[in-house]
Design a protein around this ligand. Structure first.
Ligand SMILES: [Zn+2]
Length: 82
């Protein structure tokens, strides 16, 4: 089963990240009940596949890194301050 950016992460675990074409597959640890991130380059074309589930305590909270960024609602927040 593949997930797309903005889907809720069903299970804490390590996910294989498949990019459109600019980068080889890699893996990322994601926490349940967060949203799958989006790729900075291929945006919503990135796909996620569960490799192995792990305990929440073993997953470092997701931080945006070189290739992934937090999924954000397309609507700008009302209180955006820049
Ligand atoms: Zn990408």
């Amino acid at each position: 089963m593949r997930f797309i950016p903005g889907d809720a992460v069903p299970t804490s675990g390590v996910y294989r990240v498949e990019h459109d074409s600019h980068r080889l597959m890699h893996e990322a640890a994601l926490l349940a009940d967060t949203l799958f991130p989006r790729c900075k380059q291929c945006k919503d074309a990135v796909r996620f596949q569960l490799v192995r589930a792990v305990m929440d305590s073993q997953v470092l909270p997701f931080h945006a890194h070189a290739f992934l960024e937090d999924f954000t609602d397309p609507k700008p927040p009302l209180a955006a301050t820049g």
